[in-house]
Design a binder for this molecule. Structure first.
Ligand SMILES: Cc1cc2nc3c(=O)[nH]c(=O)nc-3n(C[C@H](O)[C@H](O)[C@H](O)COP(=O)(O)O)c2cc1C
Length: 270
């Protein structure tokens, strides 16, 4: 099967509906050397003035705009923003991409033969501190949208396990947190079980620790996410928590680096 084409050419990187394009341009210039990605006119690497900057990227794999899953993701991102994170959201449905062709060319050089909206998205994924994958449960698993992204990570997998030229060390993984957000119609407690291993594999390929889930079932019973007694608050609190955790790790590392450097610097002799 050839890949699917979806909607618009921009990657949505705002917490709003649509359209802040990567590098301020359409996908036709994915190799531009400009600043990685700007969100609200700021570089993702800029400091917030409130401790080390923490960047959070939420990827919505739901085809249903502003449905249960994206609403839960938005609440998480609001929580992250509330404690000073720089947040961005990408809606896969809005991207133009093709699915993995299974050609295994990436096993030879670690590079995908396809260039489309997923190309800069992978660069962005690798640049953030916190990565959030969001998908409703469709047919006991993640959506086709999110699975398409996961399959396109094969070049990263190939670099790690075939070519062995990509390695994320412990410090990197510890300070890069991945979270999964999901909703499901059914009340069955194990309804998310089919999704977890896929999400785990993706985070592992990308160098993120699989940190937590925000999951809410019984959407049919509650009449949607807004009828759920605690999920939106939980998502907000988890967004706050993970940013604080990453901020603390970064702060401790910066202090340690400073201390190490001051020990190593020889005293100035007059
Ligand atoms: C095609 C399709 C398949 C679904 N499969 C399941 C399923 O296997 N188990 C389940 O609990 N809910 C299932 N649902 C219900 C959705 O998971 C649920 O309504 C979810 O909250 C939708 O989120 P959204 O508003 O972001 O699309 C399915 C819904 C659709 C449209």
């Amino acid at each position: 099967m050839t890949g699917s084409m979806h909607g618009k050419s921009e990657i949505s990187l705002t917490g709003n509906d649509d359209a802040v394009s990567v590098h301020g341009k359409s996908k036709s210039s994915p190799t531009d050397n400009g600043p990685a990605v700007s969100v609200h006119g700021k570089s993702m690497s800029s400091l917030t003035g409130n401790g080390p900057a923490v960047s959070v990227l939420g990827i919505s794999g739901s085809p249903h705009r502003h449905g249960n899953t994206e609403t839960l993701l938005d609440s998480f991102l609001d929580g992250a923003k509330d404690v000073g994170a720089e947040v961005a959201k990408v809606v896969i449905k809005n991207l133009i991409y093709r699915t993995c062709q299974g050609c295994n060319a990436c096993h030879k050089d670690g590079v995908c033969i396809l260039t489309d909206d997923f190309t800069p998205l992978f660069e962005k994924i690798l640049s953030v501190d916190v990565l959030v994958l969001a998908s409703p449960i469709y047919s006991m698993g993640i959506t086709a949208e999110l699975k398409s992204l996961v399959d396109r990570a094969q070049p990263l997998w190939a670099r790690k396990f075939v070519l062995k030229n990509l390695y994320f060390d412990y410090d990197h993984i510890q300070s890069h947190k991945g979270l999964f957000i999901s909703t499901a119609g059914q009340s069955w407690d194990n309804v998310f079980d089919g999704a977890f291993p896929i999400v785990n594999a993706f985070f592992s390929d990308m160098g993120f620790e699989y940190y937590d889930n925000v999951i809410a079932n019984k959407m049919d019973e509650y009449g949607g996410i807004n009828g759920h007694p605690s999920a939106l608050d939980d998502a907000f609190a988890t967004g706050q928590k993970v940013v604080r955790v990453v901020k603390k790790i970064k702060k401790e590392r910066a202090s340690k680096k400073e201390a190490d450097e001051s020990v190593q610097t020889p005293p100035v002799v007059e």
